[in-house]
Every structure is written in structure tokens, then in C-alpha cells.
Ligand binder design. Structure first.
Ligand code: NAD
Ligand code: WQD
Length: 335
């Protein structure tokens, strides 16, 4: 199938391009490069050994999106494009509502005009708010603790209403937990602008000597070692989960949301230890105060992904840390 990946030049989208291409699909990237680099396209072409179609544009440009859907005879859309920094979303909420919510409305309008009604949406475990129980299953109450998470909730609800209004739409919301790691080639990976907010890219830059020390945000949580526990899923497992999602999408009778995680939580200290083992480099750290808005623990129930998608994450901490360090080493060499 011809698959349009909005935000396809980004971290998760670029890895999904590889998984789709290797499965015989034709991915088409649509991206405004506000949080990615055009050079990723040529690196993708090097990895998959064939050209990758790319359209530079904003998802709020409905006419360009409609033309792209028609010109490339798109069969389904995976909607990665959007802003995703939790802290930033409280500083510039209007930009998050414009890009994420209004951008999605523009995409849906373009899809309607082009008569493309198969959509996989990048949602997030952040829609679960502060966990009331663990592991988190898809029936857990939903809430938002920041504008970013609220945009994801709004979009899920918009898609529910769309499906209810027109049964021809096949809509699947994938709730990602904590994507980490990089493609085995080391040629692509997470490439945040500025100082990383997230744990793994920060640790990677400490290992590469770009940052001096990791600050661990709190060691007084009710977790085994007092540090935060998260469900870290290898980005290639996540990418492969989208292959399963595309197959599941066809003829989907109801609006559906499915977790994409490993079902296993690891603490910050456990991640540091795993990274040191993989890179053979010591990661200096110090404990500091909790980060506002952080939760103690968050990890997925993976039963629905297993039963409905026939998909489970396969890669472990070693794959995550080795691939992350290989990418960081390459990234530092081309800086
Ligand atoms: P990313 O920032 O690396 O990729 C997003 C891509 O979308 C970038 O290439 C960016 O240039 C593009 N983009 C942003 N706004 C756009 C617009 N208005 N028009 C066109 N392109 C635009 O992020 P990612 O980590 O790959 O995340 C992809 C999706 O998955 C996002 O929707 C994010 O909210 C969601 N998600 C990410 C995580 C995570 O931890 N990375 C977790 C859960 C959900
Ligand atoms: C993981 C753990 C921190 C950095 C975020 C978003 C979420 C989703 C995934 C988009 C926590 C600790 C971190 C550091 C630290 N993104 N940490 N020092 O917060 O679970 O999720 O990314 O959808 O919406 O909230 O990921 O990597 O920021 O933090 O101690 O310098 O590492 O306290 O326990 P998080 P994270």
C-alpha cells in the first residue's frame, strides 16, 4: 500500500519508513521539518536502498495535503506530525493547539476530499494522566495534566465523532509509551533540538561527552529504588507495531485505541546501569528535586496489542542502549 506519513522525517516516523518499506509498502513523507532535518531522507534511502518520496509542507496546508494524497494515490495515513514537548506546551499552548488539533482537522478535511479514510493516529500514554492502577490498560480513565496531553485527548475524541458520523472511516489510535533507541545501522535516531528533555537522549549525550552529568529528578518515589519507572519501547518495535496496525485497520468496525509498550517498567537507575553496560562508559549523575508534573511509575498492559494486533515488543534494554549509543556516536561525528 501507499502510506502517507505526516511527520515522517521525525524520530518515530523515520523508523516507520524503514519498517514499511521492508514490508513492501511505499511510504511517502510529508513534513515541514520544524523538528527534523531533511538529511534524514537521504540516510533513509541509504538504509533501504531505494528512493523515498518526500513532500515538504505543513499539515495545516489542506490544499497541498489533498494534492499529495491524490498524486501519490495514498491508501492510508499514519499521522505522526505534531509538537510533543510537554513542558513547552505549557509555554506556547496556542501553537500546540494549532499544530496538533487544527493540523489534524486540516488533515481529516484533505483525506475526506481525497476519499482516503484509513488513519492511524500517534497518541500517547500521557492521555492516562496519573495512573490509578498499573499496568495501564486501554480502559483506564483518561485525563490531561498539560496542554500537550490535552491535544492528544481532543484528537482522540474528534476521531471518535468522525467514525460515528461516517462508518467508512477506519481509525486506530496508538498510545505510545516511551520510545527509545535507534535503527541498528546507527544512521538515524532521536535527534532533539537543544538540551534533551527526555532521559535516554540525555544519557546518550552524557556518554558522548556532550553533557557532563545527568540530573535524576527525584529518588523519593514509591518505586523499588526511589527513581521514576517507565515503559521504554525500542523505536523499531514501535515502527513494526504500525505494520500490524495497518493490517488491523482494514474493516475496523469501531473507533479503537491500543497501547504500544513492552509491559515492563524500568527505573532511571536501571536505565543508567544498562547504558553503562552497553557503552562501557560511566554515566555521572546526581539526585535533584522531582520534576513538576512527573509521575512515579507508568507501564503498559500489552494484552490488547497482543490479541488484536498480534504484536509484541521483541527488543530489550541492551538493544535499546547499544543502538542509542551507536546513533549518538554517528551523530557526534557529523555535527
Ligand atoms: P518528532 O518531533 O521527532 O517528529 C514529529 C515530526 O512532525 C517532525 O519531523 C516535525 O518536523 C513534524 N511536524 C511537526 N509539526 C508539523 C506540522 N505542523 N506540519 C508538518 N510537519 C510537522 O516526534 P516523534 O517523537 O517522532 O513523535 C511522533 C508522534 O508521536 C508525535 O505526534 C508525538 O506526539 C507522538 N508521541 C511521541 C512520543 C515520544 O516520546 N517520542 C511518545 C508518545 C507519542
Ligand atoms: C523518564 C524518566 C524522569 C530526564 C515524556 C512525555 C510523554 C512522552 C514520552 C510524548 C522520568 C526521568 C528524565 C532527566 C530524569 N512524550 N528523567 N532526568 O516524562 O516519562 O514522558 O516522553 O508523548 O508525554 O511526558 O519521559 O524521558 O522525560 O522521563 O531523571 O534529565 O526519567 O523524571 O522518571 P516521560 P522522560
Amino acid at each position: 500500500m501507499n502510506i502517507l506519513l505526516t511527520g515522517g522525517a521525525g524520530y518515530i516516523g523515520s523508523h516507520t519508513v524503514i519498517a514499511l518499506s521492508e514490508a513492501g509498502h511505499t511510504p511517502v513523507i510529508y513534513d515541514n521539518f520544524c523538528n527534523s532535518n531533511k538529511s534524514v531522507v537521504e540516510r533513509l534511502e541509504k538504509i533501504i536502498g531505494k528512493p523515498v518520496a518526500m513532500v515538504e509542507g505543513d499539515i495545516r496546508d489542506t490544499p497541498l495535503l489533498t494534492k499529495t494524497l491524490q498524486n501519490h494515490e495514498i491508501n492510508a495515513v499514519i499521522h505522526f506530525a505534531g509538537l510533543k514537548a510537554v513542558g513547552e506546551s505549557s509555554i506556547i499552548p496556542l501553537e500546540y493547539y494549532s499544530s496538533n488539533v487544527y493540523g489534524t482537522l486540516c488533515l481529516l478535511e484533505a483525506m475526506n476530499q481525497a476519499r482516503v479514510k484509513n488513519l492511524v493516529f500517534s497518541s500517547s500514554a500521557t492521555v492516562y494522566g496519573d495512573p490509578q492502577y498499573l499496568p495501564l490498560d486501554e480502559q483506564h480513565p483518561l485525563s490531561a495534566t498539560n496542554p500537550y496531553g490535552r491535544t492528544k485527548l481532543h484528537i482522540e475524541e474528534i476521531l471518535k465523532d468522525l467514525k460515528a458520523s461516517d462508518s467508512e472511516w477506519n481509525v486506530l489510535c496508538l498510545r505510545y509509551f516511551n520510545p527509545v533507541g535507534a535503527h541498528v545501522s546507527g544512521l538515524i535516531g532521536e535527534d532533539p533540538n537543544g538540551v534533551p528533555n527526555n532521559l535516554l537522549p540525555f544519557i546518550a549525550q552524557v556518554a558522548a561527552g556532550k553533557l557532563a552529568k545527568l540530573k535524576i529528578f527525584g529518588n523519593d518515589y514509591s518505586t523499588p529504588d526511589g527513581t521514576g519507572v517507565r515503559d521504554y519501547i525500542h523505536v523499531m518495535d514501535l515502527a513494526e507495531g504500525h505494520l500490524a496496525a495497518l493490517s488491523y485497520l482494514e474493516g475496523l468496525s469501531d473507533w479503537t485505541a491500543i497501547n504500544l509498550g513492552t509491559g515492563q517498567g524500568y527505573s532511571v537507575l536501571e536505565m543508567i546501569k544498562a547504558y553503562e553496560m552497553a557503552s562501557r562508559i560511566e554515566i555521572p549523575f546526581e539526585f535533584t528535586l522531582r520534576r513538576p508534573g512527573d509521575i512515579a511509575a507508568c507501564y503498559a498492559s500489552v494484552e490488547k496489542a497482543k490479541s488484536d494486533l498480534g504484536w509484541v515488543a521483541k527488543r530489550g534494554l541492551e538493544d535499546i542502549c547499544v543502538s542509542s549509543y551507536k546513533w549518538q556516536t554517528y551523530r557526534s561525528s557529523i555535527a
